[in-house]
Design a protein around this ligand. Structure first.
Ligand code: NAP
Length: 863
C-alpha cells in the first residue's frame, strides 16, 4: 500500500497522529525533531484540515493573519507574507501546503485514510489502530489532531434525503466550486459559515432564501491589508509579540480593560463599544467591558448596541427585528465577523425566513416546507454546523484499558485531564481537546502549546526510560471540576450553543472548552510538567511514579483576586498600627461594587453597655414584617464598622428576605476582651425587644456574623441561652473565629497567601485578648457548653486558616444535639463570600446559606 510520499505503511511506529491540519503538521514536525518514527493519517486528499474541507464561498479565518499563523520558525514567518487581514480559505490552504512542502512532511502522511478504531493493548503497552481500508498499525503513542469542528452535523431535518435538487454542506464543499448563477438557492443556518457565505451566494444567485432558526451577533470584519500596527510590531520584535500572545487571555496580545459595563458612564460605554465595532475583531468586541462575560447587565449593554447597529443597516424593521438576537447573552454563542451580511437582507432578491415563527416541517423533493409555505429551490446549502469538540474524537471506536470505549466514558460529557488526556486511555493525547482553551482562543496558539507540551512530555518519558503515561482519577476529577467552576461564573451556560453541545440532539449539555484563559491554562500545564507530571501515573522499564494531586482547587475568580492582590505588593496589615489598618481597610472597601439594591437602608443607634452602638438597617423591597437578622461584621475585633460589610448585608437582606440590622461594636485595642461580646449580646437583646418596631417578626431572630463577627454571634447565642433570653431562633456563623488555638492544620496550609494570614490572626488576637483570657468561652466559644443552643448554619471555607476551628464548632454543635447545617465552601477563602459581585462563585454559596436559614425557620414563616 502506497504512502502519500512513498513506501508501505509500517506495522509499528512510535507515534500515530490523526489529522493533517494545523495540529497534525506541527506535531509531525516536532516528532521528527525528536527522532521518533511517526505516521499521520487524514481522510482528506491533502493537508489543510478545516481549510481543506471548508471551501464554501466567503470562507476566511476570523483571527487576523498576523496572529493566525505558526510561530515555531521565525524564518517561516519572515518568508510568508499574508495578503489580507482575514485571509480567504485558498490562501490559508496554500500556506499549510507550503508548510508541508517546506518541511517535507507529506512523506509521513497517509491521505485518504480514516482511522476507524483504536484499541489499547496493555500487555504490549501499545495502541493498535485500524484504518478504513482494514490495515493495522501499532504505535506507542496515539495523538488525535483531528480538530474541534471537523465532523459536520448531519442536517437533522425530516426528508433531507428526499430532495432532488443540489445539496451542499459548507463543511464538505466541492473542490471545483459551485455555480449558483441564475439559481434559486436556499441557505439553512446562520452561524459563522452561513454568515460568511450568504452575501457571496446572494451576489451570484437569482434568488436567495435564508432559513434562520437563531439570529446571531455579527460584527463587520473590515477586511483589508494585514493590520499595519501589528505588522510593524512583528517586524521590530517578533519573538516578544509571539511570547505576549502565548501569555494572553485569548492567544492574541491585547490589553485587558477594567472598565465595567455596569458602572461606566454611558458616554464611556459608547466610546469603547464604537472603538471595538470599528476594530472589526472578535476579541475587541468580546472585551468591550471587563465584566460582559459574567454580568448580565454589562452584557446586555453590548448586546443592545449591536442590535442598534443591525437596525441602522436593515431597512425593513421586521427583518431587522428577526435578525436581532435577544434570547441569549452576547458572546455565549460564537459571534461572527462578516462582510455585508446584514446589508444582504436589503437586496430585493433575498428573503429571510424566521423559523421561530414558521418552523421547517420537512425537506421535500422540490424544496422546503415550513408551517406556512412551500418553497422550491434549485439548490440547498446546509450551513448547519458541527458535532463540535467531542464528535471527531468519539467517532473513532477508541477502546482503552478494561475494554471501555471513549464514547462510553464520555456519555455524560467529556472527562479529561487538562483537555490533553483521559484516564483509562494511556498514551492517548488530544490536541485542543475538550476542556482546553481551543475554540475560545486563537487556535494556532493553542495548537502550538499543546503540540509543544506533548512533544516535551514524550521527550521526558524517553529520557527517563518510561513509556506509559495516564492521568489519575483524582487529577482528572479535579480538572473537570475546575472547568465547570470556570464556566459557572460566566453567562455561557445560558445559551443553547455548540459550546454546550446543545446543537446536537441527545448530546449531553456540558460546557466543552476551558474558559479560564490561554494564559491561566498554559500556567497550569507548565506547573503540571514542572511538578513531575503532577496528576499523571508514569510507568516503564525505569519503574513507576506518580505525584498525584489536583492542579487547580481555588475558585477561579478568587484565584484572580489573589493574583491581583499579590501583584499589588501591599504591606501586611499586621505591620501597621490599628488606626492605619482601619484607614487601609476603609480605603480598599471604597472601590468595591455596592451589592444589590434593597428596599430601604436606615442608620440608627441602640443602647450598649458602655454607650450607644451605631447600626445600619437593611429592609427588603417586599412588604413586611420580615424575619430579622442581627449581624456582626468581621475585622478581627479591631477593624470594621456597621459600614464595612455593606455588600454582604444587602445580599443577605435580599436573598433571605430579612430585615438585617448590622451593629457596630467596640473595637480593640481601645476596648479589649470582652467588650465586643458584651456589646453584641446587648445589641441582640435590644433588637429582640424592638423586633416589631424594626419591621421584624417577633420570634424570628437570627444572630449572624462573619469572622470575628461570627465569634461574637456564637458567643451571644451562648450568653442568651445562659441568661434565659433573648429568644434566638437560629445562628448563622460565616467563617467564624471559634477558638484561640492557632495550631490547627488549616493554619499551616492556609496561613499564607489567602488574604487572612496566620500572622494577621495572631495580630488580631494580640490586640483583642490577653493570653489568660483567650480560652474563656466568651473569647473561644468552642470551649463553652454547646447544648441547648439555637439551630445553626455554619459556613467554612476550604482555604481559610479558620476552616478547622469552624469545622470543629459545627461538629461540636451537632454532637451536642444542636441542629446544624454545615456548608463547606469549596475552593473559597476566608473573604470569598463577602466579596459580593467580585467573587461571583460565592453567590451560589450565599444562595445555599439563604436556603439553609429558610429551612431552619418554623413552617409558616418559610418563603
Ligand atoms: P453553527 O455556528 O453551529 O451554526 C449552525 C447554524 O445552523 C445555526 O444557525 C443553527 O441554528 C442552524 N441549524 C442547525 N441545525 C438546524 C436545523 N435543523 N434547522 C434549522 N437551522 C439549523 O455552525 P457554523 O456556522 O458552521 O460554525 C461553527 C463554528 O465554526 C463557528 O462558531 C466558528 O467557531 C467556526 N467557524 C469559523 C469560521 C471562521 O473562522 N471565520 C467560519 C465558519 C465556522 P441554531 O443556532 O438555532 O442551532
Amino acid at each position: 500500500m502506497a504512502m502519500a510520499g512513498s513506501g508501505v505503511l509500517p506495522a509499528e511506529v512510535d507515534v500515530a497522529v490523526v489529522g493533517a491540519g494545523f495540529s497534525g503538521l506541527y506535531m509531525l514536525y516536532r516528532l521528527r525533531g525528536l527522532g521518533l518514527r511517526a505516521v499521520v493519517f487524514d481522510e482528506a486528499g491533502d493537508v489543510g484540515g478545516t481549510w481543506y474541507w471548508n471551501r464554501y464561498p466567503g470562507a476566511r479565518c476570523d483571527v487576523p493573519t498576523t496572529d493566525y499563523a505558526y510561530s515555531f520558525d521565525a524564518q517561516l514567518e519572515e518568508d510568508w507574507v499574508w495578503s489580507e487581514k482575514y485571509a480567504a480559505q485558498p490562501e490559508i490552504l496554500a500556506y499549510l501546503q507550503h508548510v508541508a512542502d517546506r518541511y517535507d512532511l507529506r512523506r509521513d502522511i497517509r491521505f485518504g485514510t480514516r482511522i476507524t478504531a483504536a484499541v489499547w493493548d496493555e500487555a504490549a503497552r501499545r495502541w493498535r489502530l485500524r484504518t478504513g481500508d482494514g490495515d493495522e498499525v501499532s504505535c506507542r503513542y496515539y495523538i488525535m489532531a483531528s480538530g474541534c469542528l471537523s465532523l459536520p452535523k448531519a442536517p437533522d431535518i425530516d426528508g433531507v434525503d428526499r430532495y432532488r435538487g443540489e445539496v451542499y454542506l459548507t463543511g464538505r464543499w466541492p473542490h471545483g466550486g459551485v455555480d449558483f448563477s441564475r439559481k434559486n438557492v436556499a441557505v439553512v443556518g446562520t452561524g459563522s459559515s452561513g454568515i460568511q457565505c450568504i452575501p457571496l451566494i446572494a451576489g451570484e444567485a437569482a434568488r436567495l432564501t435564508v432559513f434562520q432558526r437563531t439570529p446571531n451577533f455579527s460584527v463587520p470584519a473590515r477586511n483589508g491589508p494585514p493590520p499595519p500596527d501589528r505588522v510593524a510590531l512583528l517586524a521590530t520584535d517578533r519573538a516578544g509579540y509571539r511570547q505576549a500572545a502565548r501569555w494572553s487571555r485569548g492567544g492574541v496580545p491585547r490589553e485587558l480593560t477594567d472598565v465595567s459595563g455596569v458602572t461606566a458612564p454611558e458616554y464611556v460605554r459608547r466610546e469603547r463599544f464604537e472603538d471595538a465595532w470599528q476594530a472589526g475583531e472578535l476579541f475587541a468586541i468580546l472585551g468591550v467591558f471587563s465584566d460582559q462575560g459574567v454580568n448580565a447587565v454589562s452584557n446586555s449593554r453590548v448586546a443592545e448596541m449591536i442590535r442598534e447597529k443591525i437596525r441602522a443597516v436593515v431597512s425593513d424593521a421586521d427583518v431587522a427585528d428577526a435578525l436581532s438576537p435577544t434570547d441569549y447573552p452576547f458572546g455565549t454563542k460564537r459571534p461572527c465577523l462578516d462582510t455585508s451580511y446584514f446589508e444582504t437582507f436589503n437586496l430585493p432578491h433575498v428573503r429571510l425566513v424566521d423559523l421561530r415563527r414558521t418552523p421547517i416541517v420537512a425537506v421535500t423533493e422540490a424544496g422546503i416546507d415550513t408551517a406556512e409555505e412551500s418553497f422550491e429551490f434549485d439548490a440547498i446549502v446546509f450551513a448547519t454546523g458541527f458535532d463540535a469538540m467531542t464528535g471527531p474524537l468519539v467517532s473513532v471506536a477508541v477502546t482503552g484499558t478494561d475494554g471501555v470505549t471513549l464514547e462510553d466514558k464520555w456519555q455524560h460529557g467529556p472527562v479529561t485531564y487538562l483537555g490533553l488526556m483521559t484516564t483509562g486511555f494511556p498514551n492517548f493525547f488530544t490536541i485542543t481537546g475538550p476542556q482546553s482553551p481551543s475554540v475560545l482562543s486563537n487556535m494556532v496558539v493553542s495548537i502550538e502549546q499543546h503540540v509543544d507540551w506533548i512533544a516535551d512530555c514524550l521527550q521526558r518519558l524517553r529520557a527517563e526510560n518510561l513509556d506509559r503515561i495516564e492521568p489519575t482519577p483524582l487529577a482528572e476529577a479535579g480538572w473537570v471540576q475546575h472547568n465547570q467552576d470556570c464556566a459557572d461564573i460566566t453567562l455561557y451556560p445560558r445559551a443553547n450553543s455548540w459550546y454546550m453541545g446543545a446543537n446536537v440532539p441527545g448530546k449531553p449539555r456540558v460546557f466543552l472548552p476551558y474558559i479560564g484563559g490561554v494564559d491561566a491554562y498554559r500556567r497550569a500545564c507548565d506547573e503540571v510538567a514542572e511538578n513531575g507530571f503532577m496528576g499523571f501515573r508514569l510507568d516503564g522499564p525505569a519503574g513507576s511514579r506518580c505525584n498525584d494531586g489536583v492542579i487547580r482547587r481555588l475558585q477561579p475568580d478568587m484565584a484572580m483576586v489573589l493574583d491581583l492582590v499579590a501583584s499589588l505588593g501591599l504591606p501586611p496589615i499586621e505591620a501597621m498600627s490599628a488606626p492605619d489598618a482601619r484607614a487601609f481597610s476603609e480605603a480598599t472597601a471604597a472601590s468595591r461594587p455596592p451589592g444589590p439594591e434593597v428596599g430601604e437602608i436606615a442608620d440608627g443607634v441602640l443602647p450598649g453597655p458602655a454607650g450607644d452602638l451605631a447600626y445600619r438597617l437593611y429592609r427588603p423591597p417586599t412588604r413586611g414584617p420580615h424575619p430579622l437578622i442581627a449581624y456582626f461584621h468581621g475585622g478581627g475585633w479591631v477593624l470594621g464598622s456597621q459600614d464595612s460589610d455593606d455588600p454582604l448585608c444587602r445580599d443577605l437582606c435580599v436573598r433571605t428576605g430579612s430585615v438585617v440590622v448590622s451593629v457596630n461594636y467596640r473595637h480593640a485595642p481601645e476596648d479589649r476582651f470582652p467588650a465586643a461580646a458584651d456589646d453584641a449580646f446587648a445589641a441582640v437583646a435590644w433588637i429582640a425587644a424592638n423586633a416589631a418596631a424594626l419591621g421584624g417578626i417577633p420570634g424570628q431572630l437570627t444572630v449572624a456574623g462573619w469572622s470575628a463577627g461570627g465569634n461574637v454571634a456564637a458567643i451571644t447565642c451562648q450568653l442568651a441561652r445562659d441568661a434565659g433570653g433573648p429568644d434566638i431562633a437560629s445562628q448563622l456563623l460565616l467563617a467564624p473565629v471559634t477558638d484561640c488555638d492557632l495550631g490547627r492544620p488549616s493554619y499551616a496550609s492556609n496561613g499564607e497567601g489567602f488574604i487572612l494570614t496566620a500572622g494577621l490572626m495572631r495580630w488580631f488576637w494580640d490586640h483583642y485578648a490577653d493570653e489568660a483570657d483567650r480560652a474563656n468561652p466568651k473569647a473561644s466559644p468552642l470551649r463553652g457548653t454547646l447544648d441547648g443552643l439555637p439551630p445553626a448554619v455554619v459556613v467554612t471555607a476550604e482555604f481559610d486558616p479558620l476552616r478547622d476551628e469552624g469545622d470543629a464548632y459545627a461538629g461540636a454543635l451537632a454532637a451536642a444535639g444542636v441542629p446544624v447545617r454545615h456548608i463547606r465552601a469549596r475552593g473559597h477563602t476566608h473573604t470569598s463570600l463577602t466579596m459580593v459581585d467580585v467573587v461571583i462563585s460565592g453567590a451560589p454559596v450565599r444562595a445555599e446559606i439563604a436556603e439553609a436559614l429558610d429551612s431552619l425557620r418554623p413552617e409558616p414563616a418559610r418563603s
